[in-house]
Design a protein around this ligand. Structure first.
Ligand code: PLP
Length: 397
């Protein structure tokens, strides 16, 4: 059984804060600051450029990738780290399209995170007028998979509502129709059990600064199924994805396996942060985490619905088809969230009317969840959100 009291002790949360936004930016785990300080002063400061060899910087994307891989069911040597998720989405899509040269359609859904859709659209424009991104409603994805589809690009958990797609079913359908699959695990990795190998996905991508707690701007990950890794050609063919970067050949030859999905110089300090942040997952069973996450979410929903009837549940009521977040709708959602943050409960707002709360059992207790629900309901009951300062929109919501 996972000891969640022990995992909670591994986080440095500010006094008096209940953090329901780890789905957007994970908090600081203990040990990360020390590890990064060591990378700066001990490695960079002392080793200078020799750190690439002596401190193993060059191997960090693969080494940390293997650690992330364990959380998503990926075998050693099938995941690498770097860049941001938007870039990794682009890379996976471009390689997948090239593997299906007789097809021209990327299929996705309107619940996807806009950046994924923008990247797909930009890629289609670069490839030419024959290529198109097609989007359908999330519930219509299955029916829309046909022989015209080259790549199915799906984000497993909807960033607004938390609605979870049936990964196994969609992948099986896509493969039956001859399409490849790019799976976005941004709201899955570290949130729910994931098994990219068992689900037989072709490509998977995700970010590390949400449930994996690598800090703002932490690197993304990309997984390529071993059966495709030697055939997938990288569109962003940077020197560090080359078979022999330091041969400085004028011709590009892709590196071995997923290594070819590296682009340029890896972000060593952010990788050091992630490497240390991943220590908190040792001894965590993802099935325990899932059970605890569902219990926390169910208790939050019940208490909010009992205490503030003005809020409408935007997430699926069935926890089995929900990720690790709960969302409610209210026309004054933005101001309500600002008032809640001012009282020490941090959630976030997503346009046009979504109040979003992430549930992260590593550092959230049942008491936190009860308190958060009670504070939210008190704010609603007393109209405390309706102050001018809570209506002023900040740049990041
Ligand atoms: C968070 C998120 C992103 C963010 O992409 P970045 O390039 O890391 O800023 C992209 N896609 C999805 C599905 C996300 O949830």
């Amino acid at each position: 059984m996972t000891d969640f009291t022990a995992t909670r002790a591994r986080f440095d949360l500010p006094e008096g804060v209940i953090y329901l936004d780890g789905n957007s930016l994970g908090p600081l785990p203990r040990g990360v600051a020390e590890r990064v300080a060591q990378a700066i002063t001990g490695e960079w400061g002392q080793m200078l450029i020799t750190g690439w060899n002596k401190a193993g910087w060059m191997d960090l994307p693969a080494r940390v990738g293997d650690r992330v891989g364990r959380l998503i069911g990926a075998g050693p040597g099938t995941v690498t780290m770097g860049d941001t998720l938007s870039i990794k989405v682009y890379q996976a899509l471009a390689s997948a399209l090239e593997l299906r040269p007789d097809r021209r359609v990327i299929l996705s859904d309107t619940g996807n995170f806009p950046s994924d859709l923008y990247m797909a659209d930009g890629l289609c424009r670069t490839l030419g007028p024959d290529y198109a991104l097609k989007t359908v409603a999330p519930e219509d994805v299955d029916a829309a998979i046909d022989e015209s589809v080259a790549v199915l690009m799906i984000t497993e958990v909807d960033y607004r509502t938390g609605r979870k797609h049936d990964m196994g079913q969609l992948i099986a359908k896509a493969h039956a129709k001859g399409a490849l699959v790019v799976w976005d695990l941004a709201h899955s990795a570290g949130a729910i059990p994931v098994d990219v190998t068992g689900a037989d996905t072709d490509f998977a991508v995700g970010c590390s600064y949400k449930y994996l707690n690598s800090g703002p701007g932490g690197p993304a990950f990309i997984y390529v199924a071993p059966r495709l890794a030697e055939a997938a050609r990288p569109a962003l063919s940077g020197w560090l994805g080359h078979e022999a970067p330091f041969a400085f050949d004028l011709d590009y030859r892709p590196g071995r396996g997923v290594e070819r999905m590296r682009v340029g110089t890896p972000p060593i300090l952010q990788l050091a942060a992630l490497d240390a942040a991943l220590d908190v997952w040792e001894g965590v069973d993802m099935n325990d985490l899932r059970a605890r996450s569902i219990a926390l979410q169910e208790s939050f929903i019940a208490r909010v619905e009992a205490g503030c009837s003005d809020l409408t549940l935007a997430s699926p009521r069935d926890p089995e088809i929900r990720g690790s977040q709960v969302s409610f709708r209210h026309p004054q959602g933005y101001a309500i969230i600002q008032a809640l943050i001012a009282e020490g409960v941090i959630g976030d707002f997503r346009a046009p009317d979504i109040l979003r709360f992430g549930f992260t059992p590593l550092y959230l207790s049942p008491e936190d969840v009860t308190q958060a629900a009670d504070r939210l309901c008190a704010i609603m009951a007393e109209g405390r959100w309706d102050r001018p300062e809570f209506h002023a929109r900040a740049k990041v919501t």
